[in-house]
Design a protein around this ligand. Structure first.
Ligand code: GLV
Ligand code: MG
Length: 315
């Protein structure tokens, strides 16, 4: 928790668009990734790869968490994506995003390949992380093994568009609820399963994109649902989505204040009065409450929230 880094928004930027890449440098997303996969047409893959290497090397990324999404491990492009991007600009990269992961061996392949390139460059082996996208039935079925496949893994990422296609979900657009399905959230099962696998292995859990760019209410609902479930953040596919998603993954002032009070109260009752359980504002608090409060407090501090109230014993 001490090293908590917010991952509320992860902006997807097509690797084939120098204009979008240039603009992305100044946007307030917590992370961004340059895409060589589905946002780049097959005929433009080679050109996009070179453009991404050039963009990474041209600077302006200091303080930004930058990743590149390569093509999936079953494609003919994947090995060159990794070799050229990491070989040519690896020092600017925090992570490689590997899409459509269906088998832990694909993570093992990427881990070994990254290690070879890092050794060749005389760089620290293991610095470049892996974010694995779980976005089809096979990937979801193997998610536990995938989450355990490499110490480089830092996040599991849900891919709603590919997932909907894979299971035959009747769509409107990615992450909008399926028409005709009522009374439940059509994405609860994959989201929860990915979240549990991620947490069981100490990884972040990131929700995928909401593709109806003009529908900020739908985006806010989708982001708030993922945040409430426990997700760390969500992909955004347009600069206009960043503020809504940052807000959804930042605790509100009241919850933040309460979390700080719970932390102070737990500390006071344990240290001064030697009690594990106590009450605060009529609610029982104990060690589990402290852990819950810590999550909210750390997120609020990282977002720059400030507390206005201090703890009074007996309150
Ligand atoms: C993202 O890659 C998705 O398939 O939704
Ligand atoms: Mg996808």
């Amino acid at each position: 928790m001490e090293t908590y880094r917010p991952r509320r928004t992860c902006l997807a930027v097509p690797g084939s668009s120098p204009r979008f890449i240039a603009k992305a440098r100044g946007l307030p997303a917590d992370e961004l990734f340059l895409d060589l996969e589905d946002a780049v047409a097959p005929a433009a893959k080679d050109e996009a790869r070179s453009a991404v290497v050039a963009a990474l090397n041209s600077g302006g990324w200091a303080g930004k968490d930058v990743a590149v999404r390569v093509n999936d491990a079953t494609t003919r492009w994947a090995y060159r994506d990794v070799a050229e991007v990491v070989g040519g600009a690896g020092r600017h990269l925090a992570a490689i995003v590997l899409p459509k992961v269906t088998d832990p061996r694909q993570i093992a392949w990427l881990d070994l390949t990254l290690g070879q390139i890092e050794r060749d460059a005389g760089a620290a082996v293991g610095r470049i992380a892996i974010d694995a996208q779980i976005e089809d039935a096979a990937g979801l079925a193997a998610v536990e093994a995938i989450a355990a496949a490499s110490p480089r893994l830092r996040a599991l990422v849900f891919g709603p568009a590919d997932f909907m296609a894979s299971v035959g979900m009747r769509p409107l657009a990615a992450h909008a609820q399926s028409p005709g399905y009522s009374g439940a959230d059509a994405f609860h099962y994959p989201l929860m399963r990915i979240l549990v696998a991620a947490r069981a292995h100490g990884l972040a859990a990131i929700d995928g994109p909401y593709l109806v760019i003009g529908d900020l209410d739908g985006l806010a609902r989708s982001a708030s649902a993922a945040a409430a479930l426990g997700y760390d953040g969500k992909w955004v596919v347009h600069p206009g989505q960043i503020a809504t998603v940052n807000e959804a993954f930042t605790p509100d002032q009241e919850s933040y204040e309460r979390a700080e009070l719970v932390l102070d109260a737990c500390e006071y009752y344990a240290r001064v009065e030697g009690r594990g359980a106590a009450t605060l504002g009529g609610e029982m608090i104990d060690e589990a409450s402290r852990k819950l409060a810590l999550v909210t407090a750390v997120q609020g501090r990282a977002a720059g929230l400030r507390r206005g109230r201090s703890f009074q014993p007996g309150s």
